[in-house]
Write a protein that binds this ligand. Structure first.
Ligand SMILES: *Cc1c(COP(=O)(O)O)cnc(C)c1O
Length: 403
């Protein structure tokens, strides 16, 4: 008998769990888009988005998902025929690269595979060899949601600076913003893209491009940028209508306002620490499960694991069977293995992911881990038996005041 009635947990890496307060803020009659509450509320959003990104630059907002933000970032900065260096540590960097190619750019891909972060020496060598500065931008994912790798963005900036390379540093924070520490200004990021439906706890439908003065200068040199994607008016509109180049995503804006209030009421440091603690509990459990010889965390090095998403493997078809079991028996939906198919070695069936981004707390993660443990038992997957103890220990330690 399934034991699913009750509140379910969509533990996929986006869309994430939406807070009731966000949903309730969206449940209202259509507002006037020309004057009053909505324009006033919208004008407050960029500053509070910047507080999440630790940025003092501009923010352009789009009706669109993360792919829209990808395209917007490129459309404003990269002209047809210009080279971009793509640092691939999973499926999403390849996706951004494909988009660049379709816009007429020439992607040069440095592929670090599916289980390792960007190698800074290799990057520096490529940048040093680019004497004529053909590379106009370096594209990287902070967290790649397919592999759950987290890249060291400050080190990317250091690599560019070490060889005095003028390329823009453009970072995809769609999975990490509001989950993993990110410091746009301090880390020297020129362009950053994000979307509403992951750490920002708002339904899919809003994309964001954060950019600094260096990126704005590159935009000013572009001979042509499509009006819809142009970030100039969106970031500094003369009239409200220009924020979204047309009708605003009215209800999403109400939702986002509440989500940002929740994030800042908690505090950025606290938000990052919460995600870290929850991730540590997951890793502790997975370390123990690994002892059975079947389950494995995709990323070995803790320093390069995301705090928002965790990619794991189980021999095919157990990965898919576990997802199925957790959903139909227990009401927890795990993420699919994305972009992990690798002829002869892995296939997507043998991968699954935990989304632990945004509106997620300790009891949800303990429930998730307990559910997976039950699933491993039900499916006769050999696994260590101390996973829940190990996770409980992490939660218990987190409750002890530090210092
Ligand atoms: C989710 C995600 C995307 C794609 O966002 P969509 O909203 O699905 O278009 C891109 N990059 C990363 C790192 C993501 O996590």
């Amino acid at each position: 008998m399934p034991v699913t009635p009750g509140r379910s947990y969509l533990a996929i890496p986006g869309p994430s769990v939406m807070p009731d307060a966000v949903l309730q803020a969206m449940h209202r009659a259509a507002p006037n888009i020309y004057a009053g509450e909505l324009p006033d509320l919208t004008a407050t959003l960029p500053a509070d988005l910047n507080r999440v990104a630790r940025s003092t630059g501009d923010v352009a907002m789009y009706i669109g998902n993360g792919h829209a933000a990808w395209e917007a970032a490129l459309a404003n900065t990269i002209a047809s025929g210009e080279t971009v260096l793509v640092l691939a540590t999973g499926r999403f960097a390849h996706g951004w690269s494909e988009m660049a190619e379709d816009l007429g750019a020439v992607p040069q891909i440095l592929d670090f595979g599916k289980q390792a972060p960007v190698d800074m020496d290799q990057l520096e060598n490529v940048l040093r060899a680019d004497k004529s500065h053909k590379i106009k931008a370096v594209l990287a994912t902070h967290v790649d949601t397919s592999t759950s790798i987290r890249n060291d963005i400050a080190a990317l900036r250091a690599a560019l600076d070490a060889v005095d390379h003028p390329a823009l540093l453009m970072v995809d924070c769609i999975a990490s913003l509001g989950c993993d520490r990110f410091e746009m200004d301090a880390w020297g990021v020129d362009v950053m893209v994000a979307a509403s439906q992951k750490g920002l706890m708002t339904p899919p439908g809003l994309g964001f491009v954060f950019f600094n003065a260096r990126a704005a200068a590159k935009r000013a040199m572009m001979s042509r940028v499509s009006r819809y994607w142009d970030w100039t008016q969106r970031a500094n509109p003369d009239i409200f209508y220009q924020y979204f180049c047309g009708t605003a995503p009215t209800h999403h804006l109400y939702g986002l306002r509440v989500a940002l209030d929740m994030i800042h009421a908690e505090g950025m440091e606290e938000v990052w620490t919460r995600h870290q603690t929850l991730a540590h509990a997951i890793w502790a459990a997975a370390d123990d499960w690994e002892e059975g010889g079947a389950l494995a965390l995709n990323i070995q090095d803790r320093a390069h694991r995301s705090h928002a998403v965790t990619s794991l493997s189980l021999p095919s078809p157990k990965g898919s069977e576990l997802r199925q079991w957790c959903e139909t028996q227990m009401g927890v939906t795990l993420g699919i293995g994305l972009g992990m198919a690798q002829p002869g070695t892995y296939d997507a069936d043998s991968y699954f992911r935990f989304g632990h981004m945004g509106h997620v707390n300790g009891q949800m993660i303990m429930g998730l881990l307990g559910t997976v443990q039950a699933g491993l038992t039900a499916l006769n997957v050999p696994h260590g038996r101390g996973a829940l103890d190990a996770a409980a220990q992490v939660m218990a330690s987190a409750s002890v005041p530090s210092g």
